[in-house]
Design a protein. Sequence first.
Length: 118
Amino acid sequence: VQLVESGGGLVQPGGSLRLSCATSGFTLFAFSSYAMSWYRQAPGKEREWVATIGRFGLSTDYADSMKGRFTISRDNAKNTVSLQMNNLKPEDTAVYYCHARRMGNEYWGQGTQVTVSS
């Protein structure tokens, strides 16, 4: 299984970015059977959970500091998951990771850097 993030970059405070996670290799169990999440890790800090979307996209959950600014979505036909980030703040600067989980199995992407700075 491979998860490849893209869409990171440098953005000014108040700006927006859309992260994407392209997945492949879900052979034993389909992509749609995995809950998908985004995590992030800022320099010198532990990795923290950002958002999760259920298998069919009907349920979403967000960390408190992201509610109202971030939107997670998935496309089970394309095996992708996205994170729309609006009103970005300097404290959102981090490496963002895509994560897949199904029961006892989980997979991580390599991460994409998001830097919010003027």
